[in-house]
Design a protein around this ligand. Sequence first.
Ligand code: UD1
Length: 418
Amino acid sequence: MDKMVIEGGNPLQGKIQVGGAKNAALPIIAACLLAEGWHRLYNVPHLRDVETLKGIMSKLGVEFRRDGNALEINSSNLRDYNAPYELVKTMRASIVLLGPLLARYGKARISLPGGCAIGERPVNLHLKALSAMGVEMWLDHGYINAHADRLKGVDIFFDIPTVTGTENIMMAAVMAEGETTLRNVAREPEIQDLADMLRHMGAKIEGDGTDTIVIQGVTDLRPARHTIIPDRIESGTFMIAAAMTRGEVEIEGCCPKHLGALMERLESAGTKLDITPNGILVKGPDVIKSVDVKTTPFPGFPTDLQAQFMTLMCISKGWSTITETVFENRFIHVSELKRMGAEIEINGNRALVRGKEQLFSAPVMATDLRASASLILAGLVAKGGKTEVHRIYHLDRGYEALEKKFEALGATIWREKV
Ligand code: UD1
């Protein structure tokens, strides 16, 4: 198991190139199940979650060819419909295989994802929508078994806008009989990227990016070429790191229109942001001002940047309130940040942060993907020696070569085997 070691104090300077979005790549790779032949995806990040999905799909009979950041995928020779517990338990997003497997093969058997560090995270809304589309489902030994002769188009209202739920049902609906209307859906950029991929494959989809998506079922789809959008969470993590270290960093290849809520909060905290031809130039402030943040679905402030932004507030001047409305238990990083000298009080879904002049190095434990990133950021500004972040396998799920990118910006950071 690796750990990350950081000697804090260096302002980050220079340029970094953002990779493809993990949360777009995963459903788009799953969408390749929908049509036989070789698909070619560009800007696919090298991440553990991508490898996990490839592992499950390889078991189903899907072939993969990697060529740098491009990934070729062929699902012509499918031989299995079973996504096993051993792999699904390491990545909840494996549930996005359910929709495409049902659409193309009329059956699937997928391990029911359990809870995770940040909350219970049920998939009831995925299952309710599939059931409305005519899918028969039963649970046995922790597995969802699903069967449908042909999915039928329906009008579905999601009680909560769910990201992977919307994606799953979009993929189920593209080859359903008739029209499917999905209401109160998630509006995240990754949903639009999936819709673009599906349109390249010949699907008829309208309304993605709004709260209502309408899909006309077609009988056949074809293999496609598609470029994955830049990762807005990786971009945001680097923007916050630049602000925290009072550095000056150009985030190249990012998409400013996906980052509106973060940019507004960073500017309110005193950070200078300039849109450049290549991305966003971030200049950290001398004094970081305290600002409040409330996470909400897109276009609101992303829950996946909450932990990182809280770390910024830990060294701000004054008090700030961070309110988490998307997941019920996403303050798991707080006790680790406190070990580094942060002053944070949790009250329900609200954290009250009292900014301190500095954080101090300490050994800390990563608990989930984005919490791990927040501890690395804390390490970048911590005084008094080395910060060691343990269990960084969480980090490798969603950040590609993070330490190399920080090192190139002047940070003193390295990975060690434990
Ligand atoms: C996705 C992202 C994750 C991000 C999250 C919220 C991927 C692979 N992961 O996760 O990084 O943090 O969106 O932006 O894209 N819910 C239910 N029932 C359901 C489904 C969801 O109650 O059937 C609830 C969840 O518990 C949560 C809320 O809805 O409270 C939103 O979750 P959802 O959008 O589904 O998150 P994920 O798709 O799992």
